[in-house]
Design a protein around this ligand. Structure first.
Ligand SMILES: Cc1cc2nc3c(=O)[nH]c(=O)nc-3n(C[C@H](O)[C@H](O)[C@H](O)COP(=O)(O)O)c2cc1C
Ligand code: SF4
Length: 494
């Protein structure tokens, strides 16, 4: 299906028309006609598991910033973003944003780092969020805040925006070429992995000392933790068998438990993946040729015979391992923003270096919802946070309420919508009308900006960014990339 056949959700007039549209796409996902207001709201029900107390079913996903100082401390823009996380009314703050465990592990030269010189900054971020949350909701004893700890692995870009410095676990037949990784490029040795594991231990202990209640050991989106899970072709103790590919997680957990016994450990997981996609001549996304690579051995949660399809056999084993390790908080996501963004964050409009959606993005939203439901049924004792809801736009509250009410997931995690309209779910459950002008329309500028070295933020709808000098720069960048795309379409390559 080409992009112009996809209906823009902003033009769907009401919930019943939206449900008809879902049915026309054969998508069997629940959606409530009315939003329940007040304490009876499914979205306002507390979630209590032993010592864990989460006051409602709204979660804020981590969203990496590109606005820290070059030494990894937060700036005023970072504080503003975290304050808005607090304003969302969400009682589960999943990580805030990816914080690198070392300078070398950063995905961009302005990413936050967990280190002794950033302690005060990370503590202040939490304090700002808590104060705003208290102002909005009146309580903080049922607020759970974690820090997402990451090493960017293959997508490390720690020092200079235009210079990738990949740290790879194995040679990837499709991704290596994209990053122009030469044949003799260094593959991380087991000893280097041990030292990264120690960085995770140190960072987690620091988060605990600063008052964060959990850390997420990031295993998603193509970064290092995720790459371990697909390291089938790596030799040695961190590759090959499932046991070896999950050794990184087990060793990280073991050290954290020794250093910070009271700290909860969580995992954000790309539960299925796909092959890398690229932009076709017409502009829409197509899978890169993979037929010569069957059985496909470079993915996690993919069918080796048809790697564009998921296979949940290993993800199920992985979730069983999490239970065994007494990890109770799991945030499910999919794919990677670098090579198959349409499955990770369904969008109507691609970022400037992306591709048009290969089919209706609602199909990708439903894919994440349905997969999460399947796994929730298999693992009722794990607390699952679901992803990819922002594309639902004005109908996000109706669908979010329904999936919680029907037990498809335990908490609804929100990403992009928080950048533009953090209070959406809190407001509707208070009985306030939706402010339609603030709804995220998935314009992807919050991705285009960082890809061009500018801070992340909602440029089209948040006047703070729109009116800034960065806003002007982004307009120029977008114009230029449209011209390039037009020339490519017309066949006038220069
Ligand atoms: C600007 C931006 C930064 C992101 N940074 C992170 C991150 O640091 N860690 C992470 O796990 N996911 C990150 N994501 C993915 C989101 O957490 C989320 O999974 C994705 O946007 C889909 O959810 P949504 O539809 O509500 O936006 C980021 C997304 C965006 C748009
Ligand atoms: S830039 Fe704003 S409207 Fe566009 S996807 Fe990001 S949050 Fe949504």
């Amino acid at each position: 299906m080409s992009a112009h056949l996809i209906r823009r959700l902003g033009t769907v007039k009401d919930v019943s028309s939206f449900k008809e549209y879902l049915a026309a796409l054969n998508l069997d996902v629940p959606c409530d006609d009315e939003i329940v207001v007040g304490p009876e709201s499914p979205l306002r029900q507390p979630l209590v598991r032993a010592s864990l107390k989460i006051g409602n079913r709204i979660a804020v996903h981590p969203m990496e910033g590109w606005d820290g100082t070059t030494d990894g401390n937060p700036t005023e823009n970072t504080f503003r973003r975290w304050q808005r996380f607090g304003r969302s009314g969400a009682k589960l703050i999943w990580g805030g944003e990816a914080v690198a465990v070392s300078r070398q592990g950063r995905a961009n030269p302005n990413q936050l780092i967990a280190a002794s010189h950033t302690c005060d900054g990370l503590a202040r971020l939490r304090a700002v969020l808590v104060a705003e949350h208290r102002r909005i909701t009146g309580s903080t004893d049922d607020l759970l805040i974690g820090l997402q700890l990451t090493h960017s692995g293959r997508f490390s870009r720690p020092d200079v925006y235009h210079r990738a410095q990949p740290r790879i676990l194995y040679r990837h037949p499709l991704l290596d070429g994209r990053a122009k990784i030469p044949d003799d490029y260094h593959v991380l040795a087991d000893g280097e992995i041990r030292s990264i594991i120690e960085d995770f231990h140190r960072a987690a202990a620091m988060a605990w000392n600063l008052g964060y209640q959990f850390v997420d050991i990031k295993h998603c989106h193509g970064y290092l933790g995720h790459e371990f899970l697909s390291a089938h072709t790596r030799s040695g103790i961190y590759g090959g068998s499932f046991d070896n590919r999950t050794r990184f997680l087990r060793e990280v957990v073991e050290g954290i438990r020794a250093l910070a016994p009271g700290l909860e450990i969580a995992v954000r997981l790309s539960v299925f993946d796909s092959v890398p996609y690229l932009r076709s001549q017409q502009g829409s996304g197509i899978p890169e040729t993979f037929e010569h690579l069957i059985p496909y051995r470079w993915g996690f949660g993919v069918d080796p015979q048809t790697p564009t399809r998921e296979d949940l056999t290993e993800p199920t084993l992985f979730l069983a391992l999490l239970e065994k390790l007494n990890i109770r908080l799991v945030n499910l996501t999919a794919g990677s923003p670098y090579y198959n963004p349409h499955i990770q964050r369904p969008a109507m409009y691609p970022p400037s270096d992306g591709y048009q959606p290969p089919h209706d993005p609602l199909i990708d939203v439903a894919r994440q919802l349905v997969t999460t439901r399947k796994l929730k049924q298999r693992f009722p004792n794990l607390i699952f946070v679901g992803s990819a809801y922002s594309y639902l736009q004005d109908f996000l509250p109706n669908l979010a309420q329904a999936v919680i009410r029907e037990g498809w997931v335990d908490a609804v995690g929100i990403g992009r919508m928080v950048l533009t309209y953090p209070e959406l779910l809190w407001d509707v459950t208070e009985g306030r009308p939706i402010q339609h002008k603030r709804i995220c329309r998935t314009f992807s500028d919050c991705t285009t900006a960082p890809r061009n070295g500018l801070p992340s933020g909602c440029y089209p709808l948040d006047s703070y960014y729109k009116k800034s000098a960065f806003g002007k720069q982004l307009t120029t960048i977008k114009k230029r990339s449209l011209e390039i795309a037009d020339r490519a379409r017309d066949g006038n390559h220069d």
